[in-house]
Design a protein around this ligand. Sequence first.
Ligand SMILES: C[S@@+](CC[C@H](N)C(=O)[O-])C[C@H]1O[C@@H](n2cnc3c(N)ncnc32)[C@H](O)[C@@H]1O
Length: 491
Amino acid sequence: MLVDFRPHARLRSRTSPVTVEESLGPVVGALGESDTDLSRVRVVCDWVQYKQNFRDVVEVRPILSSTPDAPLPEGVRDDDLEVAVDVRRAAGVDLRATTRAALETRETPDVVLEDWGPTRESCIWGFNALYWTALEQWEKATGQAYEQALPGGESDARNHDAARGVIRELFAVWDGLADRGALPPELYVVEIGVGNGAQARVFLDELRELDVEHGRGYYRRLHYLMCDYSPHVLDLARETVAEHAEHVSSFVMDACKPRSVLAFLQFRVFLIYISNVYDNLPTDEVAQLGGRTYLVESRAFLPAADAAEIAASVNARPDQLGGLVHALLRLGPTLLAEARPDHVSSPEDAVEFWRRTWSAVRLAERYAGLAGLDTYELSPTVNGEALRPLLESGADVRMHVSNGAVASFTETIGLLHPFGKLVCHDLFARDVGAYRTGFRGPGKYDGSVVNWVNGPLLAHIGRRRGFDVSYAPFAHRTGTNIVTMTAQVRD
Ligand SMILES: C[S@@+](CC[C@H](N)C(=O)[O-])C[C@H]1O[C@@H](n2cnc3c(N)ncnc32)[C@H](O)[C@@H]1O
């Protein structure tokens, strides 16, 4: 049996200490009582810091044995299952009984919402997209604005010092080009994932003000492009920046496919500005366990007890919930109320159904052997081989692939002017070791999904395309996990 105790720093924590005996002892005890082959088990302990998440305190994850496509290589461990424990919540439960129950087949079946597949294809991303498109209805029901769920309760995108720093660097580039007669007449800045427009507002206000001092008429030439996949969010942002309307255009665009809308800007964008978006884009996870590479496959489900309650609240049987959930994700709450009045009689009822379902939804996981990294498509232009240096960097590791962020990043850096840069404030794992010691998602932020972004992977991919990619802690707030990534063409 292998034990991987990731949050080892908590063993010495003064505020929330844990012990190996309490968090592991009962789990190993329950395994010993079962008929599990103990030589083929991994036990992993995490500290799941997100109060709302997709996990139970104890989970059992099958490790699929070899398939014709992915035969077992010589000399690797061939485990049957992984038992995963959330140490943060373990203290309050009878871990032995919980582990026993997780190892047994449940009598009342959970309500499964989809087939097994790579996590980036899970319906949790449908929930995520629905949150941003129907944000107004969600916020009305919760009485809470989305920013309150972000780290620190407010987006760092509003930070004036951060915006001024970026603008001063832009002015320096523009001055240099203007002095050589090489500054194009139109100065393009693209923001992706605009939320309520606060970031755009701060940037535009500051640029206008600094331009008055600077005196070179850059504000007049500025084109600020706000891009988001949610038309509702774009409406909000447009209102926020109404004062700058002449300089702003907005585009409905999927952040994972920016070229579909922005290809006309190739080599013309001076700044791509992104905050708190990459951590919100679909991602898979891969793992290197005992010398073998796996893709984590997921399946969203509603635990049986929650499903029974939710079903009763919408006059349905538990087995009808899957259909209702998918109708909700397709239609949104207002149209669901029109299409299925027998179950939800008003848009408010539909929002209530949505919130309860989202709160209950969990992800079952299993490990499926990858036939070869080259057979895994990380994004449309990046092959799974890009993961090799990270996966083969030492001990066992499970990490995010950040597929959406990689797709977005690789497409947008191609839009940059040779002196342009991409600036991104987000939750980044800055090295592979971060995955060995901390839980990096997925968690739930209100109605959306959060996963830390694989920083070394983006840096590796950027470097191979001729870009310098650097990371620094967000400089304008202390005690934050937010990191600023900067990417620009290598000198
Ligand atoms: C957490 S908010 C961040 C808003 C703002 N940048 C900030 O930092 O306050 C995430 C934003 O990304 C947008 N978003 C999420 N996934 C997206 C996607 N696939 N394509 C385009 N926009 C997306 C959401 O609609 C939302 O506006």
